[in-house]
Ligand binder design. Structure first.
Ligand SMILES: [Zn+2]
Length: 486
């Protein structure tokens, strides 16, 4: 009887979780936005925009904290109100209401043409002025310089790069402009690009700093700028999991550590409206372990995956008693951890570790792509899903607790969780496979390439232990390479 009841509960729990998952998916754009972290610049931006005469009459409300409810669901009643307003604007400015009309009108009436990113607070133009991937590659080919995406617009680049008529020819190559267009000179090249490319939304060459999204978002643009679009896509998934109190990043970064215990402690922070700061960020290769320092949401956002000197000191101290860094990132950490003597060093180390983890995940994706996913499974820790934890005496000032009780759990939820953990970990590797830059020079080092080939041969021969050892060799080589950049 008791057993039966338990099973029922598990089933019910499971049912709720599934229902919740679906609901969450559907309501994403309506509800999540005001729960997300807002960069202070974004807060300023929303107030500036709703008060600007160009948006007079466009529907909005404010939440309890007086923040603008920036997002409504397009199909809801509120969404319809906004849609009507946008339709009126289209009529007023003579834009035919058809696909793409809202994008045009949102750009047209925007008072500054500068959008502020909700996540990082950066201002980017909403005009088509940033070279896209293709154009960045072409610029590299013609001028031999690397341009970081959305770091500079095309006019800034022309200003920097075009000195004489030969440079104009290079620009013509980049934009596939016929060489017979002889009227283009150093003097009128900007006007030409403006008229033929920027004003024409020349998607195949240029991108805007924010994608259009009317009528859901008040200003008609996605809240996250192009600077953070990819990050926030992840964030969206993350918010799904946060409903269950899980931190997706632990799976995505193949982090070691008792993630279940860490997740449970994290939700305790959340309950107290605190942001749980991983002293060593997961995205740099550190463990997802049940120790955090309490930060306000703003402080945690500002930290942005960078360690301070103090963080490094805490980690070195903690390391005397427990594992702080995931096995794959131990090589770089051990190589460089004692070189850090100030905040600047700590940032350098953060950047090198971030890049290193990127390399590690690329290698995992190569292994998976060659059909050796099973080899990788030994580096995951699904067994943690079969435990639960209750903390006692949580102190919100320090983030410490007095005691923790471990509860063994066996149920369908736990099995589902474990499956989800596998799936997310391997999905990330599939994403990596699609990344363009993976095909070209990554670490740009022949020894690493050779060592990898040896690893793949061992995997083919199903020599697990030797393959593991060889993989560690590769990570050591990458750590040595990183150290040479110190
Ligand atoms: Zn951003």
């Amino acid at each position: 009887m008791v057993k039966n009841l338990c099973e029922k509960f598990v089933m019910f729990d499971n049912f709720l979780e599934n229902q919740y998952g679906i609901m969450q998916e559907l309501n994403e754009s309506q509800t999540v936005d005001n729960n997300r972290q807002w960069h202070p610049n974004f807060l300023k931006y929303t107030n500036f925009i709703v008060n600007h005469p160009n948006y007079q009459g466009l529907f909005y409300e404010r939440d309890k904290e007086e923040r603008v409810k920036w997002v409504v669901a397009g199909k809801s009643e509120k969404g319809q109100k906004r849609r009507l307003w946008w339709n009126e604007q289209c009529e007023k400015y003579g834009i035919k209401i058809e696909a793409g009309a809202y994008a045009k009108i949102a750009l047209m009436i925007h008072p500054t043409k500068k959008h502020t990113c909700q996540i990082c607070g950066q201002e980017l133009s909403i005009e088509y002025i940033y070279p896209n991937k293709r154009t960045i590659t072409a610029i590299k080919k013609e001028f031999g310089i690397s341009v970081a995406p959305f770091s500079k617009d095309i006019f800034q680049l022309v200003e920097e790069l075009v000195k004489d008529e030969e440079d104009v020819i290079k620009i013509k190559h980049i934009f596939n402009i016929k060489s017979s267009e002889e009227t283009i000179t150093t003097h009128n090249i900007n006007t030409y690009l403006q008229q033929h490319f920027v004003d024409n939304y020349a998607k195949s060459f240029l991108s805007p700093g924010a994608m259009s999204n009317s009528p859901d978002r008040f200003d008609g643009f996605h809240s996250d700028g192009a600077c953070c679009r990819h990050e926030s896509d992840k964030g969206r998934h993350k918010s799904n999991l946060q409903r269950y109190g899980q931190d997706r990043r632990a799976y995505e970064n193949w982090a070691d550590g008792n993630w279940k215990k860490a997740d449970r402690l994290m939700s305790l922070f959340r309950k107290h409206n605190l942001s749980a700061d991983h002293i060593g960020p997961i995205s740099l290769g550190f463990c997802h372990r049940p120790k955090f320092q309490p930060l306000t949401k703003a402080e945690n956002a500002a930290k942005n995956n960078r360690m301070s000197f103090n963080d490094v000191k805490i980690l070195l101290d903690d390391e005397k008693n427990e594992q702080v860094v995931s096995w794959h990132s131990k090589f770089i950490w051990d190589k460089l951890k004692n070189k850090v003597t100030n905040d600047k060093d700590a940032i350098t180390l953060s950047e090198l570790m971030r890049k290193n983890l990127h390399h590690i995940l690329i290698i995992f994706s190569m292994i998976d792509e060659r059909g050796h996913g099973v080899f990788l499974e030994q580096f995951l820790n699904p067994h943690y899903s079969f435990f639960d934890y209750e903390f006692e005496g949580f102190d919100e000032k320090t983030g410490n607790y007095k005691a923790v009780r471990e509860i063994k759990k066996i149920g369908k939820n736990q099995a589902n969780n474990s499956e989800r953990y596998y799936r997310i970990s391997f999905d990330v590797l599939k994403d990596y496979r699609e990344k363009e830059n993976r095909k070209t020079k990554i670490w740009d080092n022949v020894q690493v390439d050779t060592a990898l080939e040896a690893l793949f041969r061992l995997l083919e021969a199903k020599k697990n232990e030797e393959a593991k050892y060889q993989l560690e060799n590769v990570f050591q080589m990458l750590a040595d390479l990183a150290a040479s950049n110190w």
